[in-house]
Design a protein around this ligand. Structure first.
Ligand code: V47
Length: 391
């Protein structure tokens, strides 16, 4: 669609002023964010988000070959949306030994896995050494793998049990193999929802302060929002605003991932069935437009459906996450997607969505692409991404 056509469509949809700001790369206000959540013109919203997505990344869509390890489901946070947590002695409760973690990694040595995504519950009796040991065990099993591990909530617990300041803990974790941090645990920052659903967990402000410390220690991280439960449009926009203000200061977030609430087997089952496909598309699009300083928006296929994730690639998303092996958190909560997909299938899904597949590592270095100018360079994609679509 030509630029004029898009502008005309936006004006007709009552989104002309927002479109002008988008074209001029001006930051959208909180009120405009709410307007985007309320507009009935979902397709035009998607087209605007797609414009921004293509300005950042042209036709590229990123994926990685990764593996999940959920080292324990023991947890004392009692989050009402969670279906994964267990107490000791409860059916299905487990904590892997470092050897078991290493075994999970060794099971996939024949596959071109570049990342392990390692998160778990929060259990205060787990000693500090355990966290260092599972990192070391992964690295021993597969030295070149990138370990993206421990949400801000886990880091908070790890520092408590270590009885050391966070920067020191981060240095030691990094020494043991930590490469970056995932974006989970943020949920929705609003105090109202925190009180209502996850009051034992660190608050939104504490999550943000920890993310700042992680970035200041030189580690990259992702960020998330759990959506489709009891949150309002105002609370979502506030969440985005807090993320973009921190990003202005640290630049440490790589990717934003909206996490679609799954309602089976948890204490919020009666409140919501989770977002519809249209709400998932809207969430991706609004995020792309509000988070003007976070390079990547991920449509996490395992939480949506592969088909919706494909559609998201034209609604603002540029990443679909990875092949994922053995996902537990969402499957305990009713996700019916497969727990893994083959690399070739992900590539085909991206091509079918009309995008150019680019395999990346966790830090967005190009691992593989069949497009000549994207032959692996070892340079971060942020440096080579096209910002040249000027209007
Ligand atoms: O914080 C828990 C979410 C998160 C449910 O950084 C649920 O690349 C939906 O950190 N329905 C953890 N969501 C997952 C996470 C993550 C996932 C994918 C990619 C990345 C990344 C990070 O899972 C939790 C919580 O928000 N969650 N229960 C549920 N019932």
């Amino acid at each position: 669609m030509s630029f004029e056509e898009l502008w005309n469509r936006a004006k007709k949809a009552g989104l002309g002023e927002i479109a002008e700001k988008v074209f001029a790369k001006e930051r959208l206000s909180l009120a405009e964010g709410i307007e985007l959540y309320q507009t009935p013109e979902l397709l035009v919203l998607g087209e605007l988000a797609n414009f921004v997505r293509e300005r950042w990344h042209s036709d590229r869509a990123f994926f990685n070959v990764n593996q999940h390890v959920n080292y324990t489901n023991l947890c004392n946070k009692f989050c009402k949306f969670c279906s994964f947590d267990r107490l000791p002695g409860q059916a299905g409760a487990y904590q892997m030994t470092p050897d078991q973690v290493a075994e999970k990694i060794r099971e996939h040595l024949h596959e071109p896995v570049t990342e392990v995504h390692m998160v778990g519950g929060v259990w205060p009796k787990i000693p500090y050494e355990y966290y260092l040991d599972i990192l070391r065990a992964v690295k021993l099993a597969r030295p070149e793998i990138h370990i993206k591990a421990f949400t801000m909530v886990e880091l908070d617990q790890i520092a408590k049990v270590a009885k050391k300041p966070m920067p020191e803990v981060l240095d030691e974790l990094r020494e043991a193999g930590l490469g970056s941090c995932p974006g989970g645990g943020a949920e929705v920052f609003a105090d109202r929802i925190h009180r209502e659903g996850y009051r034992q967990k660190i608050s939104g402000d504490e999550w943000l302060a920890l993310a700042r410390t992680v970035h200041e220690a030189g580690l990259r991280s992702n960020c998330t929002m759990l959506h489709g439960h009891i949150e309002t449009a105002e609370e979502r926009v506030d969440h985005h605003d807090k993320l973009r203000r921190l990003q202005d200061q640290t630049g440490g977030f790589q990717t934003y991932i909206p996490l679609s609430f799954h309602a089976d087997n948890n204490e919020w089952s009666h409140l919501s069935k989770g977002p519809t496909a249209l709400e998932e598309l809207r969430e991706i699009a609004v995020s792309r437009l509000l988070l003007d300083n976070i390079p990547h928006i991920k449509a996490y296929w395992i939480l949506m459906e592969l088909g919706i994730a494909q559609t998201c690639l034209s609604f603002g998303a540029d990443d679909v996450d990875g092949t994922v092996v053995e996902e537990k958190i969402y499957h305990d909560a009713g996700a019916t997607t497969p727990q893994e997909t083959a690399r070739e299938d992900l590539i085909q899904a991206i091509r079918d969505a009309g995008r150019i597949p680019v395999e990346r590592d966790t830090l967005y270095n190009v691992v593989w692409s069949d497009v000549p100018d994207l032959i692996p360079t070892g340079r971060p994609i942020s440096e080579i991404a096209s910002h040249s679509v000027e209007v």
